[in-house]
Design a protein around this ligand. Sequence first.
Ligand SMILES: Cc1cc2nc3c(=O)[nH]c(=O)nc-3n(C[C@H](O)[C@H](O)[C@H](O)COP(=O)(O)O)c2cc1C
Length: 464
Amino acid sequence: MARQLKLGIAPTPTGGPGKHFQWLDPQIAGDASVDVDHYIEVARWAEDAKFDFVFIVDSNFITPDSPPHYLNRLEPLTLLSALAAVTSHIGLIGTLSTSYDEPFHVARRFGSLDLISKGRAGWNVVTSGDSGTAGNFGLDQHYDYDTRYGRALEHIEVTRALWDSYEDDAFPRDRQTRLFLDRSRQHTLDHRGEFFSVTGPLNLERSPQGHPVIFQAGDSEQGRDLGARTADAIFTHAPTIEAGVAFAEDIRRRAAGFGRNPEEILIVPGITVTVGDTDEDAREIERAQGLADNDFERALAEFGRGFGWHDFRQYDLDAPFPAEALAHAERGFYTQSARIVALAGDRGWTLRQTVESVSGPHPSPFTGSAVTVADELQRWFEAGALDGINLHGGHPAQLRRFIDEVLPILRERGVVRTDYEATTLRGNLGLPVPENRWTRARREGATPAPLPGSSTPTRTVVGA
Ligand SMILES: Cc1cc2nc3c(=O)[nH]c(=O)nc-3n(C[C@H](O)[C@H](O)[C@H](O)COP(=O)(O)O)c2cc1C
């Protein structure tokens, strides 16, 4: 079947980063971010329009300067379980951190969501960009990059191995022979690694999609390697079509270097879409929304987030950008912050100019009439700048316009699906179901490969 554009929606109804005043709009309930009915409505709209997934972003640290949605929001897995019960096809993706969630917890929670949703769960793997999270989990400071990404790699492999604790035929549930479990099909892990020690097994069988889908988000060299090595799909930003193509090529080259089929990794940037009656009308809507959110004091306070919430209000706004502040980003969003500092240096910007340039309203390439937006999405898709999109920060009215006006055009052109191909997220994303590592080992007459960082030899397969 021809490749088709994948569709996702990331609801942040009262306003995510840079959207401090979205909640003032009378069409948005002030408590929408903690109202399950809001998410149910969005998930149903998206499922009716055959979206691939709804994605719940998350972090575990806030300050009073965090955007409204972040200040008061629902925990992703709890929320996604509620959505699983009222939907049937749409994928359910949530963020959990490899820095602050243990593999056993992650495996059990996503494994449960995968069974509850009959194979629609996806895990967005993050290492936690907010360094202050450390203080909520008993640490004096966040991990450094090497530790963060070392943990992340081992975490993913241990979590995946836990999902393989039971082979598919582990539960005969035979009343006549009184055999509930075939013990030869249950496997411990006995993992003793650099960062995690996990005995196993997990107390949960696999779902129809084998493993929940792994999404990954992180842009450093280590982050890109982690995604290329382990992920089914990558969340990213793509400011231009050229940047999108370069990112996709870089990830695919790294994936091939890890011995993977590069075509099995989906590149999914977050984008903002604004649809108007004409291109000019759409630009006007975008401008009005940008102006509504244009508040320098708010932007200045939030600017510190990438730098471990360093307070930039202490500097002279009209002096050269304080490049030394980059030290505060070393355990935060370093890649993004280093890019900003380099840009400010190159351009000779003051702090004020830097904040205005980074946080000010940016015209999106996906602003225009329905035909213009459809054309642009198709152009990026066909150029290989993206395999799917993750709609961000949008106003509910704009989501409706995208569904009602843009998608019919893309459907007509065969760029997006007319109906779901499968009932699992893997099936709809065109991703293979991973074979259970123990079943594969038995089939190949081998032992499962040791996990990265493991210091314990892998046992031979029982009952081979
Ligand atoms: C597109 C994108 C989305 C991200 N989403 C989250 C998130 O939902 N929660 C979180 O704690 N961190 C999130 N992160 C942060 C990363 O996990 C990572 O900690 C941070 O980007 C710093 O690593 P890097 O320098 O490799 O990008 C995201 C990063 C990117 C690039």
